[in-house]
Design a protein around this ligand. Structure first.
Ligand code: SF4
Ligand code: MG
Length: 273
């Protein structure tokens, strides 16, 4: 029987304001499925978001939530986690919010290994403000600020997170919803900075401009181009062509998380935990 996730959503805030066919709802639902799967307490979980289409999610979710300033979700979340390390703190951010306006907060959150689960809804564009190119707009794709195609090489946010010190790094897509749930649930198990890129279709600001067809066509594009990590690793370089990209768990390690390090310094300074 299909489970009901109704209790995780603020019914008085629905229906949501996302465009018909937008992938943000799929990614938001994947987060609550992962919360349910891991048996995390609704009362002990905090959702923190920045600004942008993705970041509207915190307003629809029935947890303690903070809808913060553009790019600043990770510093808010860091403060919450340090004040009460018992809380599960989840950050919802977008490609612009996380890798442009909040780019510095992102890399330093990774470096500090703050025990957060950060889910980046990657729609490859600034959706809410009218389709400007973000640092994750692929080369050659059109945006209102790149009408002849973007010439800026995009960030691979997963590679960036790993290089900056995140201890759990994964990617999935709105098409692979069950896999996305697993990737987020794995992030909850990691005591440290967990980063999950959730690729989502934006039929309005990105798809229309790039003639990608209906939302269903955009999902089919994800289905046809995503390659599971194990298969990707076996592919010869000349087959990793076109728009193909890997999904799965890319990196996982253990390192002291920031709360623990902070507790230790308080003890060294003679204070109480
Ligand atoms: Fe979704 Fe794009 Fe519409 Fe924003 S602009 S709500 S990302 S479809
Ligand atoms: Mg975006």
């Amino acid at each position: 029987m299909e489970r009901s996730y109704e209790k995780y959503f603020r019914q008085n805030r629905l229906p949501h304001l996302w465009c018909p066919g937008c992938g943000n709802g799929i990614a938001m639902k994947a987060i609550v499925e992962a919360i349910e799967k891991k048996g995390l307490s609704q009362d002990n979980t905090v959702i923190v978001s920045g600004i942008g289409c993705s970041s509207r999610a915190s307003g629809y979710m029935d947890f303690d939530t903070l809808h913060t300033a553009h790019g600043r979700a990770i510093p808010f979340a860091t403060g919450i986690k340090l004040a009460n390390p018992e809380l599960n703190v989840v950050v919802i951010t977008g490609d612009g919010d996380c890798t442009a306006i909040g780019g510095n907060h992102f890399i330093h959150g990774c470096r500090r290994n703050v025990d957060l689960t950060v889910v980046l809804f990657n729609n490859n564009i600034y959706g809410m403000t009218g389709g400007q190119a973000s640092p994750m707009t692929p080369l050659g794709k059109k945006a209102t600020t790149a009408p002849y195609g973007s010439i800026d090489r995009p960030f691979d946010a997963c590679g960036l997170a790993e290089a900056a010190g995140a201890t759990y790094v994964a990617r999935s897509t709105a098409y692979h919803e069950k896999h996305l749930v697993d990737m987020i649930a794995g992030g909850f198990d990691n005591k440290g900075f967990s980063f999950i890129e959730a690729m989502v279709q934006c039929p309005t600001a990105y798809g229309r401009k790039n003639k990608m067809g209906s939302p269903a066509n955009m999902l089919k594009w994800m289905r046809d181009n995503a390659v599971m990590k194990a298969a990707w690793d076996k592919l010869p370089d000349d087959k990793k062509t076109g728009e193909k990209f890997p999904i799965g768990l890319f990196y996982q390690t253990t390192a002291t998380d920031y709360d623990t390090a902070y507790d230790e310094v308080i003890e060294r300074a003679g204070g109480a935990k």
